[in-house]
Write a protein that binds this ligand. Sequence first.
Ligand code: MCN
Ligand code: CUN
Length: 802
Amino acid sequence: MTTTEERPVQAREANPAMTSADRPIGFGRVQRKEDPRFIRGKGRYLDDIVLPGMLYGAVLRSPLAHARIVSIDTTEALAHPKVHAVITGKDLEGLNLAWAPTLSADVMAILATDKVRFQGQEVAFVVADDRYSARDALELIDVEYEELPPVIDARRAMDPGAAVIRDDLEGRTDNHIFDWEAGDAAATAAVFARADVVVSEEVVYPRVHPAPMETCGAVADYDPIDGKLTLYETTQAPHAHRTLYAMVAGIPEHKIRIIAGDIGGGFGNKVGIYPGYVCAVVGSIVTGKPVKWVEDRSENLMSTSFARDYIMQGEVAATREGKILAVRTKVLADHGAFNATAQPTKYPAGFFSIFTGSYDLEAAHCSVTGVYTNKAPGGVAYACSFRVTEAVYLVERMVDVLAAELNMDPAELRLKNFIRPEQFPYPNKTGWEYDSGDYEPTMRMAMDIAGYPELRREQAEKRARGELMGIGVSFFTETVGAGPRKHMDIVGLGMNDGAEVRVHPTGKAVVRLSVQTQGQGHETTFAQIVAEELGIPPEDIEVVHGDTDQTPFGLGTYGSRSTPVSGGAVALAARKVRDKARAVAAAMLETRPEDLEWEKGRFYVKGDPSVGKTIQEIALGTHGTVALPDGVDGNLDAEVTYDPPNLTFPFGAYICVVDVDPGTGKVKVRRFVAVDDCGTRINPMIVEGQIHGGLADGVGMALMEFIGFDEQGNCLGGSFMDYLIPTSMEVPDWETGYTVTPSPHHPIGAKGIGESATVGSPPAVVNAVVDALAPFGVTHMDMPCTPARVWEAMQGRPTPPV
Ligand code: MCN
Ligand code: CUN
């Protein structure tokens, strides 16, 4: 394995001081603070929480994809000796909770009253003494359904005569959700009209699932005496949940405390509010006892937020010499039965319009149509950067289609078309401003590590012998760090993040975050940011997060926004503390603040470095008896709510080498090279871990993972026997490298990294598979590249829809 340490850093740091080896960020391998508890089995996951007198809830789910509910009889279930309550949609109607707003301003059923709209939809909730009795009692509930024709294929959703799924919505006569477009259709058409070469392809990104290690769950504890609801939840966004509960349930915000402890992975699955959470709350209110609800694996796979499900018609216009002029696409987006995607309000297709990729284009246009189908709702989750995954897959697949048409090397074609470094900040043709980038060195480094020319030679030799070897290249630009309040909100909540830094009298510090880690290592990296700014060792800094009673407001962790938004907030709060420390140090040293010089952890008198005060001495002085200057109060604390001026645009170059078994169609990923640029890297080990995880995700989606349905709408991916996730057997040793192009607007120059590899790797793998199949005349195949599908492609047959 190639480690980052062996690779040269590109010396383009924003702040020259950052290259000094004593800096707590960017260098060395600061160990993760959270690992001692995890590796000893002492993590505190949702299901570890046990409260006195706690009861257990279970959800009855619909076996049908589309059916009218004729009646629900709960008599027998209620008679079960261990059952305390059975809740149905009718009961929730009385509380005005049968329906709840989604994160995309639609409504979704908490418990179905009129119809069930997807297999696995929540119909009733049983509260019992224990988990097993609750499950047993589900069988005693008698639901009479009247089957309706299901709408499963998104392509058929708008057919005249298709069953109307959302007849709950006033005046609704079809399954249309939205039309959205970006770019300039006329300008793009004009460029296409005069281009030498136009290629087009239908590119499908199938439905996949985040499948976190820990499924979703909640423990609700409502105290009827003081009216306070304490809700333990597997959530990536505790503050946003609290506000939404307050708005929907009418419990005032200060009477709701959301606690998100250790979370066994989120990957986007835990952004939204699930009916089970609400049912646990109602269960606790009606029984007067704490209620735990934890879903099982099948419930998680079948009913919680899926990802992708985009059918994209891609087109690229270029010159004969390989200059890409314009890109255009029409997308059909399958949103399932409720539009519940978590994304900024103005962007119903997320940040899909970054499908212009890393290329300098004359024009671009995309239009996206969202439709309802009888499938589980969700839509963006799974390390997606708000639909950037689909966008990058489309453009990177299409560039390879163009390369095949022009008979050009795909790496060379990309190099020829990159946005040049001097063009940054780069306004793309759909309204984004890429903050910084220098693509060619990143691409060259990937080609170097891979030994690209050598690989092509090897491939030619193997082809001559009838062996199927493929080399796939992708280059991606992401848009992460939602976001600037002038551009984005989620259901009216602005996307800024708060941070509080407190330095105790002894010089130890605590930093309180509004974001919530699910495994990304925030307890380590946010301490490193404070350490960098204040010169306090990272081990002396405690990170508090995941408890709305203890942390400032903010929208949570998704879209790789923690570093771009909260990271900025933390750096600025620490700088505020430092400014205050300067004033106090000046008082202590009987000099003027401007006569002091800062070195890591210490202010000293200009010209006399021996006279100074450490941050620890200043902390004691501030809390002690030092005569404080005017306007400075007796603490070393600061808080900031950060409104980022722009998103950040990390990028990377990936090269995948596959071997395809000509006898079975089985794909083996032999090598995978990933060179990422996320600006200033706070913790290189964690960054690399994020990349390794994302690459495994990408290989999984490209080769194995998908959620399929039969014609009746039965979910075919409801267990890990059907929904295949990669193991160590399916992934190679990753070969990574990096470049550093800091974000010019971020306080420490950092960009997000949490989703880069998931976004960038699927096209590299599929491009490699298609490249391997070139001798069969294959220029495109859809994911997942399972042996059966690859075999079909080798026979010259189109790959069947998943
Ligand atoms: N980091 C860094 N230097 C940078 C950028 C990031 O050291 N320049 C560090 C951060 O400080 C943080 C980690 O890398 O510890 C990821 O940071 P960031 O890119 O800001 O992403 P978030 O923390 O917001 O995490 C969200 C992102 C998303 S959206 C998904 S989906 C995903 C991912 O993180 N889910 C994950 N990675 C995951 N990793 C784990 N283990 N579990 C998940 O559920
Ligand atoms: Cu879209 S998956 Mo992550 O943003 O939580």
